[in-house]
Design a protein around this ligand. Structure first.
Ligand code: BEZ
Length: 230
């Protein structure tokens, strides 16, 4: 696909492109799959590759935490679902996981192109025939099908599943409480009152408000009031 043919890049706030695809859990229509849930869609360069193998095992082990937050996981690799099936057996054997979320078979790279998961500029991320691998992309999509987070990692660097979950917690907790989350926040830490809330309203709403600067106002938010409750 030439640069001219490439779809417009996806941005935070874009509606996640819809598609039909074969997956290891059967055929899906992506928007129907999302339904009224949050979704983490993540791509891998290739089946039977070492870093990807560790990543999928880790996502499978953390899946119950995503499920608790109303989040569905779905992976993608530019191979067939038959290939994925054999690889999943290895992943479960190696990591002790029981991988049950679907993995899209995107051999023709249809979804990968729609989501700009091909790094055409990274000359090192190619297979033995020079065909570009999909990169390690992560899309966090909300129930309105809006893309809320986009992450891209190089082939050489495995992702951090705890960070993906932390972003989900920040987004879901922020949507519910009109707060934002500071650097390295984890559920239970103080949060930042959203800049659109006046200090007068913040004082009324948050009795333990700490005003560091007029634009930097913290309040405690116990873990049981975040999406990480339970
Ligand atoms: C890996 O998953 O180990 C990998 C995949 C493609 C290129 C380099 C590493």
């Amino acid at each position: 696909m030439s640069d001219q043919e490439r779809p417009a890049p996806l941005r935070l706030g874009s509606i996640a492109p819809n598609f039909d695809a074969e997956t290891t859990g059967g055929p899906i229509n992506f928007h129907d799959f999302i339904g009224d849930k949050w979704v983490v869609l993540f791509s891998h360069p290739e089946d039977y590759t070492p870093v990807c193998t560790t990543e999928l095992g880790a996502f499978a082990k953390l899946e119950p935490e995503f499920t608790k937050r109303g989040v569905k996981l779905i992976g993608l690799s530019a191979n067939t679902i038959e290939s994925h099936g054999g690889w999943i057996k290895d992943i479960d054997e190696i990591s002790g996981s029981k991988l049950s979320f679907p993995i899209i078979g995107d051999k023709q790279r249809k979804v990968a192109y729609a989501y700009d998961m091909i790094d055409h500029q990274d000359a090192t991320n190619v297979d033995s025939k020079g065909v570009a691998f999909t990169i390690r992309s992560v899309f966090i999509i909300d129930p309105k099908k809006t893309i809320r987070t986009i992450l891209s990692y190089p082939a050489s660097t495995g992702r951090n599943t705890a960070e993906v979950l932390r972003i989900v917690d920040s987004l879901q907790t922020g949507d519910k409480n009109k707060i934002t989350t500071p650097i390295n926040w984890v559920p239970g830490d103080d949060v930042i009152v959203h800049p659109t809330v006046s200090t007068e309203d913040a004082k009324a709403k948050y009795p333990d408000l700490k005003i560091v600067k007029p634009y930097l106002r913290f309040t405690p938010l116990p873990k049981d009031q975040t999406s990480a409750a339970n």
